[in-house]
Design a protein around this ligand. Structure first.
Ligand code: PLP
Length: 421
């Protein structure tokens, strides 16, 4: 039997040579910013130079009182938890479906991550969070998966009603907003990654936002000892006497990374406007096809579209397995179509099933023993998620059209795949 599908010998739908997506976009302006910084200073010990410039710009962009730059998003998350005083035995409710670094710093603090399932959006299920609150719960951490804001208003209300901290991992969602309020400005503290592909990229880096002065001082003491603590923590504050040592960790960002991020931050909103248009186009086209469900955003929501998560619905394509559907799309030349790997339900990872060999001294290791099957919504969603990049430039529209054509073709000829499996 012959088939037009590329997997079965036909011509691929996407003819554009790769790579089809590269991020961040660097140009002569970025080169200049990095070179200028290279010759100005490559070690910034206090809140000055490019560190102050970028932190000021982040404070203004997010409308918050303090921003603290860090060497990575993982470091930002670690400092966030530490600054809240979270420690042995404290329970923090975290999304089961997130990247592992949202949660791993808790293990280093002896705390107990309590995983909660998501709803159909991929973000935390409010009812599951509520059901997991115990007398040991101190905080709720929320990820805005793939850049789509979680229900922050409801989570804020729940946290306030139960006397809990609300923390955000905004690593996928720089510039995303709900009702004009930016993600990262609602939680008591919010941590962000600026790793390579993130909507705001420094190559490597991160930051924490807070409106709370005490949390700010503790963030500094956690990862920015000496000069910065000495100048930023008021002399009369009881913590000032620890300024020289802090807690002894160093989580400072590299000034060249800060220079890249400062250059990118000025362009972030224009990138996001382009992404919103592209996501509208892709959702409109792909949402009409059987077998695919596109995300639906609550009214007044702006997503950062770190990725476009599509949900595959096999029942609408004669139960064609997702693996076969994905292979057929990739064969059509959709090189950037992805099945998420390390961002996955954490209960599927050995680290969250058996801490023992890696954290033998964790005082509550027996309470962290997750098993596959415990988070059915997250696990099903993860199994069936296909992720596309969201381009932002006009010149990427022809490529996006070819990707859409690839989907249409595979959906139209999916019977051929069953016959040839
Ligand atoms: C949701 C989330 N949180 C945290 C991180 C960790 O950030 P970093 O890689 O900058 O340490 C990532 C990185 O991919 C992430 O996706």
């Amino acid at each position: 039997m012959t088939s037009p599908l590329a997997l079965l010998g036909g011509a691929p739908a996407v003819i554009e040579p790769g790579p089809h997506f590269s991020w961040p976009l660097l140009d002569g302006r970025t080169d200049k910013a990095v070179l200028d910084q290279l010759h100005r200073s490559i070690s910034v010990y206090d809140r000055s130079d490019v560190v102050a410039e970028l932190e000021n710009a982040l404070q203004e962009y997010f409308g918050v009182r303090h921003a603290v730059l860090t060497s990575s998003g993982t470091a930002a998350l670690h400092s966030t938890y530490a600054a809240c005083g979270i420690g042995p035995g404290d329970e923090v409710i975290v999304p089961a479906y997130t990247f592992l670094a949202t949660v791993t710093p808790l293990l280093h603090l002896g705390a107990v991550p309590v995983l909660a399932d998501c709803d159909a959006t991929g973000n935390l299920s409010l009812s599951d969070v509520a059901a997991r609150i115990t007398p040991d719960t101190v905080a709720i951490m929320v990820t805005h998966l793939w850049g789509i804001p979680a229900d922050l208003a409801a989570l804020r209300q729940l946290a306030d009603a139960r006397g809990l901290l609300l923390l955000e991992d905004g690593s996928h969602a720089h510039g995303a907003a709900v009702a004009g309020r930016k993600v990262g400005s609602v939680g008591d503290l919010a941590a962000f990654s600026m790793n390579g592909p993130k909507p705001l990229s420094a190559g490597e880096g991160g930051f924490v936002l807070t409106n709370d002065d005490e949390a700010y001082y503790r963030l500094l003491l956690h990862g920015h000892y000496n000069k910065r603590c000495r100048s930023e923590i008021p002399g009369e504050h009881p913590l000032h006497r620890y300024a020289v040592t802090g807690m002894g960790l160093k989580f400072r960002i590299h000034p060249l990374a800060a220079a890249i991020a400062l250059d990118q931050l000025e362009r972030l909103d224009s990138y996001l406007i382009g992404r919103v248009n592209m996501a509208d186009y892709l959702c409109f086209e792909l949402g009409q096809l059987p077998g695919i469900t596109v995300p639906e955003l609550a009214l007044g929501t702006r997503a950062a579209w770190y990725g476009l998560p599509l949900t595959y619905v096999p029942a609408e394509l004669d139960d064609l397995p997702v693996e076969r559907f994905y292979d057929a799309l990739r064969a059509e030349g959709l090189d950037e179509l992805d099945r998420p790997g390390s961002t996955c339900p954490l209960n599927l990872l050995p680290l969250f099933q058996d801490l023992g060999p890696l954290f033998p001294h964790h005082p509550h290791r027996d309470r962290i023993a997750y098993r596959p099957g415990q988070f059915p919504v997250a696990e099903q969603l993860h199994r069936t998620t296909l992720k596309l990049p969201v381009w932002h430039r006009e010149e990427d529209v022809p490529l996006a059209r070819q990707y859409v054509a690839g989907f249409r073709k595979v959906v139209a000829h999916h019977h051929d795949l069953k016959d040839n499996s």
